[in-house]
Design a protein around this ligand. Structure first.
Ligand code: SF4
Length: 354
C-alpha cells in the first residue's frame, strides 16, 4: 500500500495551493455551519447547496434558532433539496443540541454520532474541521480516491469491505501538527475526489498523488471502487387530485413522515386514476380535467405524475375537505410551505397563466 505519510503530506500541500477555499462553509470552525453544510451536501451538488445554505443561515443564524423554528418552516426552506428525511433529522438534531447539550455541539466524533441524522462520516467531518480530531471521513468522493490510491480490491457494496477501507482511511490520516493538518487533509481529500479524481475520466495528469497511486500504476483507475451490486432504478405512477377553489387556493395534505415526500404538503396522491375517482362523488368525477402526465426524476426512481384538476364550486369548497390532514392553501402559502419541487412548480406555473 502507498505510504500513509506520503499521501497525507501531499494532500495537505496540494489543498493549500489548489484546493477549494472560498465555499461559504469553509474557513470556519463553527460546528453549526459545518454540520449544516455536511447534511445539505449529502446527495446534493455544491452548486445547488450554495443558495440553500445562505438562506438557512440568514433565517437561522444559530442552532438554537433552528431548534425553535416550526418543522413546517424548515421543510419549506428545504423544499427542492430532496431527501426530506434529512430536513426532519436536521430539525430533530438541532433540538437535541439545544435541549440536551446546552446549545453546543458535542466535542468528539463519537459523541456527535449520537445526534439524529449524523452518521460516522458526517461526525468525522465536523470533528476534523472544527476540533482537528484525527478521525477519517468516508463519503463517496473519499471512497473513490482511497480505493484507487490503494487499488482496493474489496467490493464496496459489502459492509465488511467498507469497514476495511475505513481502517485504511484511518491509517492514512496525518499524524503531526493536527491542528492545521486535519482540517486541510479532510478538505483536500474531498476536493481531490470532487475535482480531479472524478468518477469518469479522472485527471490523473494533474493529480498530486499520481506517483503513489496504485490504481493509476495498474493503468485502470476507473476499475475502482469495485462495486458489484448496482442500485436499480425503479418507476412509480401517481395520480394527483388538484382541487382548486375559485380564488386559486388548492387543497394540500401533509404526507406521512416516511415514504416519498415524507412530511411535506402535497396534492392528495393516489396509486391509480381509478383510486382517485373512487374518492370523489359522481358529479365531480365528470368534471375532472386531466393534465398531460409528466415524469419527475428522483435519484433512484422515476415518478410519472398525472395531475387531475377539479374546479370546485363555492358551496363545494365550503364543505368539509378531503381529509383531516389537509387544508386550503393560497398562493402566498406555496412560497413558504414545504412542498415537493414538481408540485410547487406546477402550482406556480398555473398561477402565472391565470
Ligand atoms: Fe485518482 Fe488518478 Fe489521482 Fe489516482 S492518480 S488518485 S486515479 S486522479
Amino acid at each position: 500500500m502507498s505510504s500513509a505519510s506520503g499521501f497525507s503530506a501531499r494532500i495537505v500541500r496540494w489543498q493549500k495551493s489548489h484546493g477549494r477555499h472560498s465555499l461559504p462553509w469553509q474557513n470556519t470552525r463553527d460546528p453549526y455551519r459545518v454540520w449544516l453544510s455536511e447534511i445539505m451536501l449529502q446527495q446534493t451538488q455544491v452548486a445547488t447547496v450554495l443558495d440553500y445554505y445562505t438562506r438557512f443561515l440568514a433565517r437561522f443564524p444559530t442552532v438554537v434558532d433552528l431548534a425553535a423554528a416550526p418543522l413546517d418552516e424548515v421543510l419549506g426552506l428545504w423544499s427542492g433539496l430532496g431527501y426530506y428525511s434529512r430536513a426532519r433529522n436536521l430539525h430533530r438534531c438541532a433540538q437535541d443540541v439545544a435541549n440536551l447539550h446546552g446549545g453546543q455541539f458535542p466535542p468528539t466524533a463519537e459523541l456527535l454520532q449520537t445526534l439524529p441524522g449524523v452518521g460516522p462520516s458526517t461526525a468525522a467531518a465536523i470533528a476534523s474541521f472544527c476540533y482537528s480530531e484525527r478521525v477519517a471521513i468516508l463519503d463517496g468522493n473519499v471512497k473513490r480516491v482511497l480505493s484507487r490510491i490503494t487499488a482496493f480490491p474489496g467490493d464496496l457494496s459489502e459492509g465488511k469491505q467498507v469497514r476495511a477501507l475505513w481502517d485504511i482511511a484511518t491509517a492514512m490520516l496525518p499524524r503531526r501538527n493536527l491542528l492545521d493538518t486535519m482540517p486541510r487533509y479532510t478538505q483536500g481529500v474531498m476536493d481531490l475526489g470532487a475535482t480531479i479524481c472524478t468518477t469518469r475520466q479522472p485527471a490523473c495528469q494533474q493529480c498530486p498523488v499520481q506517483s503513489i497511486c496504485e490504481g493509476f500504476a495498474l493503468g485502470a483507475p476507473e476499475r475502482f471502487p469495485v462495486k458489484t451490486r448496482k442500485l436499480r432504478r425503479s418507476a412509480m405512477a401517481l395520480s394527483l387530485l388538484w382541487a382548486e377553489r375559485a380564488d386559486g387556493a388548492v387543497w394540500l395534505e401533509r404526507r406521512a413522515d416516511s415514504g416519498i415526500w415524507g412530511g411535506l404538503y402535497c396534492l392528495p396522491v393516489f396509486g391509480t386514476e381509478e383510486e382517485l375517482l373512487s374518492n370523489l362523488p359522481k358529479r365531480q368525477q365528470s368534471r375532472l380535467h386531466a393534465f398531460p402526465p409528466f415524469v419527475h426524476v428522483l435519484t433512484h426512481k422515476d415518478l410519472r405524475l398525472s395531475p387531475m384538476l377539479l374546479a370546485l364550486t363555492a358551496s363545494e369548497s365550503k364543505a368539509a375537505g378531503f381529509s383531516d390532514e389537509g387544508a386550503w392553501f393560497g398562493r402566498a402559502d406555496w412560497e413558504v410551505l414545504g412542498l415537493p419541487a414538481p408540485i410547487r412548480k406546477m402550482l406556480v406555473q398555473r398561477a402565472r397563466t391565470q
